[in-house]
Design a protein. Structure first.
Length: 254
């Protein structure tokens, strides 16, 4: 009796899939431009005034308040809107179902999409910081390591929340709609529309636990060299883990 050799995708297959995902993202003009251009415009509109206001440790309001908000917008728009819409499209068109009967598991598509989304987030944040630094004198965070750690945790949290959106959305359009609602709802209680000082205390407190507000506050603390509030980190970690668990239970490949 002869054995059956099971072929498993190698590095070349993974690289090919990542390239295909990258092409899909590049062709989606709105999905490519919005996470990069919109945060950049917000930063430019606020940079002139904020750049002249020193806040702490030689860092200006641009550094401590505007940049953390801009970076959070980049991560949230990609994690909550872009990625779920692509996964919903693949499920709606049957791509994930067809991949399920091949050695190329649907999980490969998910991983490839996350890799491309992460590259897009790095590009969006890099462009915003490059413009802020060269044109408005923005400075790096006092605690660079803490800022990078917070950014990594924020990516996991935004992707966890985005996977819930992808699990619930029956179509690409509904994924965009649900993602936009989630983006603006989290942003509203997290400082997207002018900070949280004007919000009722209970609402502002809840917003600091949710991924948008937690990311803004934690990045602001890292930029100022202050201690990051534990509630921010716990909120991000809970969202990352909880989103993954919920998505694993609800997500359907077809």
């Amino acid at each position: 009796m002869t054995g059956v050799t099971t072929w498993r995708p190698g590095p070349r297959s993974w690289l090919t899939l990542v390239r295909c995902e990258a092409r899909m993202v590049v062709r989606d003009t709105a999905g490519l431009v919005v996470p990069i251009v919109l945060p950049l415009l917000i930063m430019v509109m606020n940079a002139s005034a904020a750049g002249d206001q020193e806040v702490v440790a030689g860092r200006s309001a641009l550094d401590v308040h505007v940049l953390p908000l801009v970076f959070t917008i980049v991560l949230a728009s990609i994690g909550l809107i872009n990625m779920p819409s692509f996964l919903a499209y693949y499920r709606r068109t049957g791509i994930l179902r067809r991949l399920a009967v091949t050695p190329a598991s649907p999980v490969m598509v998910l991983v490839a999409q996350m890799v491309v989304s992460l590259a897009q987030a790095v590009l969006g944040i890099g462009v915003a910081f490059a413009v802020a630094g060269s044109a408005f004198g923005a400075r790096p965070p006092v605690d660079v390591g803490v800022a990078l750690g917070v950014a990594g945790l924020a990516v996991a949290a935004m992707y966890g929340a985005g996977m819930i959106v992808a699990s619930l959305a029956p179509s690409p359009n509904s994924a965009v709609a649900i993602g936009l609602i989630a983006f603006f709802a989290l942003g509203a209680v997290g400082g997207l529309f002018g900070g949280t000082a004007a919000l009722p205390d209970p609402v502002a407190r809840v917003g600091s636990w949710l991924p948008f507000g937690a990311t803004v506050e934690a990045l602001s603390a890292a930029w100022a060299g202050a201690s990051v509030d534990a509630s921010n980190l716990v909120g991000l970690a809970v969202t990352a883990v909880g989103g993954t668990v919920v998505a694993a239970l609800l997500f359907r490949w077809q």
